[in-house]
Design a protein around this ligand. Structure first.
Ligand code: SAH
Length: 268
């Protein structure tokens, strides 16, 4: 097929059969599974998924790929030519009878918003996603280092995360400027009415990485430092020093000061 790759859509396709099979294995796809794929591209991974799963629902933003994908001839495949980031989660999930697994070779520019979108699902079992290697390292990072940030804390609050394999840049067409990895995020904590508060707290704490929790919290929540100092939690440290569990404790302590509404979409 004669095709112009579009950088703006993050098009880096894979075709290596071993790698495609490995991704399906990493995602643990069986004939009982319903699968959501974001960014079907030429459909190489889509086809592989259709062979392993009960049902696959795939999204592709690029209308130029429509004819090609429709001709794949998979009878357990539902295609949507839409922006998966913009489509409301509830509508995406209408295609599934029950729980589902997300598998995707993601465009790098939508990785973080997409993770935050699907962490809010109550029907998702796992996310097995190809991400930039450095993003994978941030997802699994432990406290204390520069990789540890809002993305690490939020992913670790909801999921058990594992880097399944490193994928070198030469596995993609066209070849990107960075290496990738497959991360598997297995949901352990479902999103509930406190989860948005947790997101908001983490975001505020990491607002200025070099500031102490006390300074970030008093600015972010508009609270007096003297009040914050009386909460019985050591706030003289930086956010990057707190474990995920300590963030959970802090969220409980600050519960009544944290908003339920999304403040600003999380970027990191
Ligand atoms: N799954 C294919 C393609 C991966 S490249 C493979 O592994 O070879 C990423 C794909 O995501 C591209 O085809 C791109 O057009 C698509 N894409 C980018 N942004 C998207 C969005 N917001 N919603 C749905 N698809 C998107």
């Amino acid at each position: 097929m004669n095709f112009n790759f579009k950088k703006k859509f993050g098009q880096n396709f894979i075709s290596d059969k071993n790698l495609l099979g490995a991704i399906c294995n990493d995602a643990d796809i069986t004939k009982n599974d319903e699968v959501l794929e974001i960014g079907a591209g030429m459909g190489a991974l889509t086809k592989q998924l259709c062979g392993s799963a009960k049902k696959v629902v795939a999204y592709e933003i690029d209308q130029e790929l429509k004819q090609h994908l429709q001709a794949l001839g998979c009878n357990n495949l539902t295609l949507h030519f839409e922006d998966a980031l913009k489509k409301p989660l509830e509508q995406i999930e209408n295609d599934f009878a029950g729980k589902y697994k997300l598998v995707a070779n993601l465009p790098y520019y939508i990785t973080t918003p997409l993770i935050f979108k699907f962490l809010q699902s109550q029907k998702i079992v796992s996310l097995t996603i190809m991400v930039q290697k450095e993003v994978g390292q941030r997802i699994v990072a432990k406290p204390g280092g520069k990789d540890y940030g809002a993305l690490s804390v939020c992913c670790q609050h909801f999921c058990n995360n594992k880097i399944m394999r490193i994928v070198p840049r030469n596995m993609f067409t066209p070849q990107p400027e960075v290496d990738s990895c497959i991360v598997k995020m297995q949901i352990e904590n479902e999103f509930n009415q406190n989860s948005q508060k947790f997101f908001n707290l983490v975001k505020i704490c990491f607002k200025s990485r070099r500031k102490t929790l006390l300074n970030n919290l008093s600015e972010g929540l508009g609270l007096d430092k003297s009040l914050l100092s009386q909460l019985g939690f050591n706030l003289s440290v930086r956010a990057e020093q707190l474990s995920c569990q300590q963030f959970e404790e802090l969220a409980k302590i600050l519960d009544c000061y944290l908003g339920q509404d999304e403040i600003v979409p999380m970027q990191q």
